[in-house]
Write a protein of this length. Structure first.
Length: 289
């Protein structure tokens, strides 16, 4: 279907900004935080939230109900994103799922290439499992990559996983990379830049801890909600992973959002479909975790 009208307006506004490819690393990180202030809408009031430290990492715990503890990993192509860029989204997820959400500042590339972020993700999930018997993992884009990796590590102990347009294949070889490589938000070249800065020289991009789409054993995984966007370079790899989870006998809910682009989930102050997607993910967590 055509691009969502609100997202089309957003893309037109983005054309007036310097392209991502022209930004320094510092500018890339600053833009992501700025976008949250502009497009995330009014902060959702919660029962409580507090800053804490987990395994030496800055983290933030949001409480909106007595539901599960959801470990949320922010997106940003492994090179950007932090607690502030995803604070509004974590608040909305906590409210939608009637749960607690912990967001974490895992280490970013290129200062800390793979496997630093994975090690941080494992440490935070280990902490969460010591806090609650009902733990789920979730994330968007590169954060969904980390959620998928730790879901495999802790598959017997997690209640569910929610993967939002996940970044799962460092080879970037899918048809959607070619079809939506330009003009729909982060380009295929932007995604490749993230991978290049994340993967150390000599590492195999098909290592399943880098690219979960190459994992051989997907049996016994926690129930999964996989969200993809119609006009997204990452669409096909997310859908391939969801299908492979299903073929391995796992419960999977795959939703391709028509008219949507990469990053739309983080635009609830702008787009109705973003708010609907957050509510749908929250419903999945409430029903499953």
């Amino acid at each position: 279907m055509p691009l969502d009208a609100e997202l089309a307006t957003y893309l037109e506004a983005q054309k007036r900004l310097p392209p991502r490819s022209a930004l320094t690393l510092g500018e890339t990180r600053a833009r992501m935080v700025d976008a949250a202030r502009i497009y995330a809408g009014e902060p959702v009031e919660l029962g409580s939230f507090r800053n804490l430290t987990i395994a030496g990492l800055n983290a933030r715990l949001y409480s909106a109900g007595d539901g599960p503890l959801v470990v949320y990993f922010h997106g940003g192509r492994f090179i950007s994103g932090n607690l502030e860029s995803h604070d509004p989204l974590c608040r909305r997820i906590a409210a939608a799922a009637n749960c607690r959400v912990v967001g974490v500042d895992y280490r970013l590339a290129p200062e800390h290439p793979f496997p630093a972020a994975v090690e941080d993700a494992v440490a935070v999930v280990e902490w969460a499992l010591g806090q609650s018997e009902r733990v789920a993992v979730a994330g968007d884009s590169s954060g969904a990559n980390l959620a998928a990796v730790v879901a495999g590590d802790f598959r017997a102990r997690l209640r569910c996983q929610a993967l939002i347009y996940p970044m799962l294949d460092a080879t970037c070889g899918s048809a959607s990379h070619r079809e939506f490589g330009e003009g729909f938000g982060p380009s295929s070249a932007d995604m490749r830049r993230g991978w290049e800065l994340y993967i150390p020289e000599g590492a195999d991009p098909r290592n399943p801890r880098i690219s979960p789409n190459f994992a051989q054993n997907l049996e016994g995984m926690p129930p999964a909600y996989v969200l993809t966007a119609e006009y997204d370079t990452l669409r096909d790899e997310g859908e391939e992973y969801a299908h492979r989870l299903g073929l391995a006998g796992n419960r999977v809910e795959l939703k391709r959002w028509p008219g949507a682009i990469h990053g739309f989930f983080a635009l609830p102050g702008l787009a109705r479909i973003s708010r609907e997607a957050i509510e749908e993910m929250g419903s999945f967590i409430r029903r499953t975790a």
